[in-house]
Design a protein around this ligand. Structure first.
Ligand code: NOJ
Length: 554
């Protein structure tokens, strides 16, 4: 029996790490990251306490959407290595106790994929019906456009046949027709192929858009849920313990539905929460976080939200109010080039002006809210970004390993790198790299390692525990309890950019001890009077509440 089968809820206690193979480490000096490279760097990934790696698409692709445009679902992009390199990577990761999931792109393919090449060759080609065609661009009028900066329509004319094909993303990414049973079956073949090779599950791309129905938004349709339930059933039967993580950027009510009745996705990115963490910070008001957490909970016991601060895309602002979007743009995207579509294309450290207290605050929040934290490669060393690169490339630059040539990413000539390393003065790789940050005991990286260890020591309460918000007079302070069996952790966060304080009614725990979780320092016991915290700007406390032992004197 596999480890996954014996620990079916492993993902609830895990920390994930998102990695593009292209950007991580170049083992053969061609300027592009590869599987051998990432295999060499597994020790580092282990050293930050990662339990599961999420690989961005590594399949054969013309790379017009960084691999989310797949040419062949059954092979690896040659620049990244061979299937044998992939196998060795998985085996090595597993030996080190690290699981691996990868992107599964169901909704669309590259226009260079042989299925589409065949389909467009003639209207009676057997593959024609694998895609969505129309004589006019007038169908599905109510459907929004996602890549608003590039696309004007979800239809593109195929001059060969005079028909239009449907695409929710770039026009070079035709959508598959999931009404066709052959398509549904082919994608299940893809799933089996990669799970048999050892993957521990998938991050499923663009989940809401699989089916189209006239008169709807063509998002979150019942048919889409039904198909994922079928996939889940197959996985549970044939590959127990392997997981599905949904990318469904939707409003809370729609996003939650992807957990099904514990028969659809085990995990789902908490898109509703992510921008509201930044809004709460900008407005110094706990309301936005508390309100959205209340709307996204509860989730079924075996399910978990994927919590993240940043990822490989723009910081998406599709599912926030106009007012909230305005707050985000004015606080975090002061230069027009920082915006893309309905979002902000910046990394975490530049987004918060590399403010150490804000960065600590954000990671502590990520590690203590209910859900599974997902880190984005490089954010742990406060990597900078490059808004002068096109599309989202500025947040996907080479990982910075050392202060050597090319930040230690590659031995190629600098001109040969797939993207330049970050050399802007405030984020220069000579400072922000794994080697330098590891050597400096007080670095953010070493602080984060300590925080991860602390979470790991208390993983049941953070991974499985319930949440209870405590209220005070002060809207700048976010306060909640995480509770699991007899373990209780009190979490207090000061959202304000200046010192603040809070008094809490903790009479329910009168007589209990209070211990700061990271340092293990004892604080005064709880009494009948309000419990009082003074807080530095953007600071936090994780406090363990311990019931007094019967034998102790009051
Ligand atoms: C979502 C992915 O995260 C993004 O990078 C990609 O461009 C779109 N899906 C289209 O595949």
């Amino acid at each position: 029996m596999t480890d996954e089968a014996t620990q079916p809820l492993w993902y609830k206690n895990a920390i994930f790490y998102e990695v593009p193979v292209r950007s991580f480490y170049d083992s053969n000096g061609d300027g592009i990251g590869d599987f051998k490279g990432i295999t060499e760097k597994l020790d580092y990934i282990k050293s930050i306490g990662i339990d599961c790696i999420w690989l961005l698409p590594f399949y054969d692709s013309p790379l017009k959407d960084d691999g989310y445009d797949i040419r062949d679902y059954y092979s690896i992009l040659p620049e990244y290595g061979t299937l044998e390199d992939f196998d060795l990577f998985i085996q090595t990761a597993h030996r080190m106790g690290i699981r691996v999931i990868a992107d599964l792109v169901l909704n669309h393919v590259s226009d260079q994929n042989k299925w589409f090449v065949e389909a467009r060759s003639s209207t009676n080609n057997p593959k024609r019906d694998w895609f969505v065609w129309s004589d006019t661009p007038d169908k599905y009028k109510n459907v929004r456009i996602i890549f608003t900066d590039t696309e004007k329509s979800n239809w593109t004319l195929d001059p060969n046949s005079g028909q239009y094909y449907w695409h929710r993303f770039f026009s070079h990414q035709p959508d598959l027709n999931f009404d066709n049973p052959e398509v549904r079956l082919e994608m299940i073949n893809v799933i089996r192929f990669w799970l048999k090779r050892g993957l521990d599950g998938f991050r499923c791309d663009a989940v809401p858009y699989l089916f189209e129905r006239e008169g709807t938004s063509c998002e979150n349709l019942p048919e889409t849920h039904q198909y994922f339930k079928e996939i889940r059933k197959i996985i549970d039967q044939e590959f127990p313990g392997k997981i599905l993580l949904a990318e469904a950027n939707q409003w809370p009510e729609d996003a939650k539905k992807y957990f099904g009745e514990e028969d659809e996705f085990q995990m789902n990115f908490n898109f509703p929460l992510m921008p509201r963490i930044f809004i709460s910070l900008a407005k110094e008001d706990a309301f936005y976080i508390e309100n959205i957490i209340s709307k996204t909970l509860p989730v079924p016991d075996s399910c978990s939200w994927g919590l993240f601060l940043r990822n490989h895309d723009e910081l998406t602002l599709e599912m926030v109010s106009d007012e909230e979007r305005d707050i985000m743009y004015s606080e975090y995207a002061k230069i027009p080039k920082m915006r893309l579509n309905l979002g902000i294309r910046r990394r975490l450290a530049p987004l918060v002006e590399n403010d150490r207290s804000v960065l600590e605050f954000l990671y502590a929040l990520l590690l203590s809210l209910p859900g599974t934290p997902i880190f984005y490669y490089g954010d742990e060393i406060n990597m900078g970004d490059n808004i002068y690169l096109g599309d989202r490339d500025g947040v996907r630059t080479p990982m910075q390993w050392s202060f050597d040539r090319n930040a230690g990413f590659s031995r190629a000539d600098p001109e040969q790198l797939f993207a330049p390393v970050i050399i802007s003065s405030n984020f220069h790789f000579e400072t922000y790299n794994v080697e330098s940050q590891s050597r400096l005991p007080s670095s953010f990286l070493n602080w984060l390692r300590k925080l991860v260890v602390t979470r790991r020591r208390n993983v049941s309460v953070f991974g499985m525990g319930s949440i209870e918000f405590l209220h005070s007079e002060n809207k700048e302070i976010l306060t909640f309890l995480r509770i699991y069996d007899s373990s209780i952790v009190l979490c207090v966060f000061n959202l304000a950019k200046k010192p603040s304080y809070v008094t809490l009614d903790l009479r329910k725990y009168a007589g209990w001890h209070v211990r700061e979780l990271i340092s293990q320092v004892r604080f005064p016991d709880i009494g009948e009077l309000p419990y009082f915290f003074t807080m530095q700007k953007n600071s936090f406390f994780w406090m363990e509440l311990e019931r007094r032992d019967e034998s102790e004197q009051p």
